[in-house]
Design a protein around this ligand. Structure first.
Ligand code: NDP
Length: 248
């Protein structure tokens, strides 16, 4: 993957699911990666073990992206360890299923803060570390393009990432900084040891049956696209949203 060997990358929410796959993909391509997570220390420990088998320097830090002060500290770590960033992947996010009529202000703000305001906090902080060739990638969601019942707050937040990316691509393009969104469809991120959830299993099976490709997405399906957008092969792509949804 051109442009990733020796590159400095920050990936939010890298200890599970899609984010973990992105971290490992970038690290295996030779990038130095700092990632963060919110609370699951065990998953963070597992990732640290996996990263030991890759080259480069890697750091797994605890930081809640919904808290601007913690984002400031996270990016200060990037500054002191790396000085600059070539790749920023904002992946941390939270899903929530609530009928709109029952959606209270607290849940609205929790979901908007974690999925959207966090992108503002993060991008504002990393900006001084970016330069010609840097790539910012937000993980959005196909759900925000099609609309999904019970997820008005989540889809509104993820749609906001697309507007943010489009405007920033125009504002930062003159500096050679690209900003894109990757919008996954249904990605199976259930891991061994996760609590059994029959309702989730049933939903996933229904999606699998409807998928033109006959399967759910895998975290690595998303990671490949993120790595492409981060690399030199995507040097002329900015302001885009790339769906990774298996045609569903
Ligand atoms: P997971 O829940 O499997 O993993 C989320 C990761 O983000 C974990 O490492 C988690 O750490 C971290 N995280 C969550 N909240 C915060 C926070 N406030 N601050 C810092 N880190 C945080 O998520 P997925 O892999 O399923 O999803 C990743 C992204 O992709 C999300 O933005 C999601 O909205 C999006 N997406 C996912 C789809 C899917 O089908 N899975 C479909 C479309 C979009 P910890 O465990 O410690 O909380």
């Amino acid at each position: 993957m051109t442009g990733l060997r020796g590159a400095n990358a920050l990936v939010t929410g890298g200890t599970r699911g899609i984010g973990r796959s992105v971290v490992l993909h970038l690290a295996r391509a030779g990038a130095n990666v700092i990632t963060c997570y919110r609370s699951d220390d065990e998953a963070a420990g597992r990732l640290e073990g996996e990263l030991k088998e890759t080259e480069g320097t890697h750091h797994v830090l605890k930081a809640d992206v919904a808290d601007p002060a913690q984002v400031t500290r996270l990016v200060a770590e990037c500054r002191s360890r790396y000085g600059s960033l070539r790749t920023v992947v904002h992946n941390a996010g939270v899903i929530s299923h609530v009928p709109f009529a029952a959606l209270d202000g607290e849940e609205w703000h929790r979901v908007l803060d974690t999925n959207l305001s966090s992108a503002y906090y993060l991008t504002r902080e990393v900006l001084p570390l970016l330069s010609e060739g840097s790539s910012v990638i937000y993980i959005g969601s196909k759900a925000s393009l099609v609309g999904i019942p019970l997820r008005a707050h989540y889809t509104a937040a993820k749609a906001g990432l697309m507007g943010l990316a489009r405007s920033l691509s125009k504002e930062l393009g003159g500096k050679g900084i690209r900003v894109n969104v990757v919008a996954p469809g249904i990605i199976d991120t259930v891991e061994p040891g996760d609590a059994a959830d029959a309702a989730l299993d049933q939903r996933l099976e229904e999606y699998r049956k409807r998928s033109p490709l006959g399967r759910l997405g895998r975290p690595e399906d998303v990671a490949h696209v993120v790595a492409f957008l981060a690399g030199d092969g995507a040097a002329y792509i900015t302001g885009e949203t790339v769906n990774v949804d298996g045609g569903l």
